[in-house]
Every structure is written in C-alpha cells, then in structure tokens.
Design a protein around this ligand. Sequence first.
Ligand code: NAX
Length: 337
Amino acid sequence: MDAATTVTITGAGGQIGYALLFRIAAGDMLGPDRPVKLRLLEIPQGVRSAEGAALELQDAAFPTLAGVEVTADPAQAFAGANIALLVGARPRTAGMERSDLLAANAGIFGPQGAAIQEHAASDVRVVVVGNPANTNALIARASAPDLPDDRFTSMSRLDHNRAIGQLAATFDVGAGAVRNPIIWGNHSASQFADVAHATVSGRPVMPMLTERMAGYDTALAWLDDEFVPRVAKRGAEIIEVRGSSSVASAASAAIDHTRDWVLGRDPAAGWVSAGVVSHGEYGVPEGLVSSFPVTSDGSGYRIVEGLALDARARYRIDVSVAELVAEREAVHSLGLI
Ligand code: NAX
C-alpha cells in the first residue's frame, strides 16, 4: 500500500459531507491501494453530526481508511492536508442581499485559504464545492498568495455530469457513450452547457440533434430553450422533486473531479469541466475562477485550448463571465480580497 493521503473535508457534518466521506473512505476517489486519513472540519454546531459520521466510518471498517479526526479548528484540520474539499458554506437565507452572501462566505473561505497556505502539505490541492463556488475559490486563492494558482479549483463537474445525463437520455444511450460537453462560466443559472464539440457513441452531437429535431434551427432552439436551462436549473428541479437539494450526485461529482485531477484521466475518455483560475484563455479575464474544458495527466488540470466558438457560444460565455466579474468586483469593493 502507498503512504496515506490526508484529505480534509469542510462541512463534513452536512448532507454532501455525509455522502462524500463513505465514498472517499471506500477508495472511490484515490483508488483501492491508497490509504486515506480524513480530517473533518465543522463549525461548533456541526461537530456532533461529524462525530456521528466518524463513528459510522469506524463501523464500516474500510480497509483504505487510515484514520478520522473531527475538529472545529481550521489549523488542525488543514495540517498536512494533501487534498482539501471545501464543502461547508453559508447558504443564502430569506432576505439576504447578494453582498451579504458574498461577505458571509468571504468570512469562511478567506480564513480557510490562509489556513491552507500556512498548514497544508506543499502539494495541497483545493476543490471548492460550497456556493457561490467560483467566487469562494477566488477568495480562498487570494488568501493564499504563496501557493500557485493551479492548486485552486471549483466544482462544475456536477453540471458537466448533468449535461452528459441529459444527452444520454435524449439519445437513449448510457452515460459512458457521451463525451466532451463543456460547462463554461459560473456555477449558476448563467452557466453555458455547450454541446458543439460533444459526441455520442463517437458521432458529433449537432448533426444528430439536427436530424432528430428535423432542422438545425429547431435543434438550436431545443438547446437554448430546453437543454441549457435544464442543466443550469437541475438543482432546483431536484429540490422540487426530492424535497431536498442534490447530495449524492454532488458528492459523486466531487469524487470525479478530485480523482481525475490527482490520478489523471485517459485522454481517450475526453475532457471534463472544472472551475480553474483563468490566465486569459478564451477571453476570460485573468484571475477569475471560471469553468473550462480541462484535461489531466495527474499533475494538474490543463485548459483545452483552441476550440472554435461560434457567436452564440461567445455571447453565452460572455454573459456568465460578466457575472463572475461582477462577483469579483463586489468582493473587491467590500474589501474582502
Ligand atoms: P449542508 O447545509 O447540509 O451542510 C453544510 C455544512 O457546512 C453544515 O454542516 C455546516 O455546519 C458546515 N459549515 C458551515 N460553515 C462552515 C465552516 N466555516 N467551516 C466548516 N464547516 C462549515 O449543505 P450541503 O447540502 O452539504 O451543501 C454544501 C454546499 O454545497 C452548499 O454551499 C451548496 O450550495 C453547495 N453545492 C454545490 C454544488 C456545486 O455543484 N458546486 C452542488 C451541490 C450543492 O448545492
């Protein structure tokens, strides 16, 4: 067996935390040969719930689980962390202004970024799941200036997987037959689920849709009126049907995101989507954490460059990126970064 990897999960006493912990401990994220030590970070009110999960982890007797610690102290939680999954966040409550939401989350992700810089292992990789995920990642990144940009990512893999699920259902194939959709921009209703480069069973999606919808314009209308909004608003649909927000699918996406980032991805399996720090790719302003198509050889996520964008894609990406710019300006003007 390899040396143990230390994985810190914030918000570990919450719903996604509960689903994540058992998958990670079972070896689904880093493989069956890599032992993991779990550090569960909670606020004091959440510690009992995380402690309960820790008891159950013990009872599950996972061979890959090398230890579990529960704490409300970020310094202790991030000490020596190789992977930090930042799940705990402040949700928007009734009557809360957007600036209040950003400020409340800056109060979480700023100190956590600083604690990661100070206490985590030198190879630490950070995945932000808690919303607003992209801007929370930007804040954490800004609070850890000594760490390289490429250590900070936000999760758009759930949106990516949702796009795959919708295409698979449309063409009545398994999810494994779908490759290369892209989520661009923010993890919000403005995100753009782009199928221009996607394939189903090796065939480009656009001609297949054109045939199915009896015309290119009707295919585009279906994408604009049904597919793109359905992927973007899937979280609301889950809440309506299930009576509770996405949990197992979100945890599964966090596992996918981290596994591909750390272990690499077979190039033949195509690219995935992740929120990474922009260096100006596709005209996205430098420093924003925006979703892009990415590949991974295990050393880091790399943006897939050089893809053609038509006017429709350009417009939709610009709209979502403008929202990220506005969020960055808001946290900047509040003095939070
Ligand atoms: P829960 O409310 O069930 O759990 C959140 C947990 O975080 C709570 O136990 C709380 O005590 C803890 N927490 C709050 N502040 C903390 C802090 N400073 N340090 C440590 N722990 C802290 O929410 P859950 O359903 O688990 O969702 C967690 C987050 O994921 C939310 O922000 C949610 O919006 C976000 N999501 C992001 C998704 C994405 O695709 N990026 C999809 C799923 C999900 O909506």
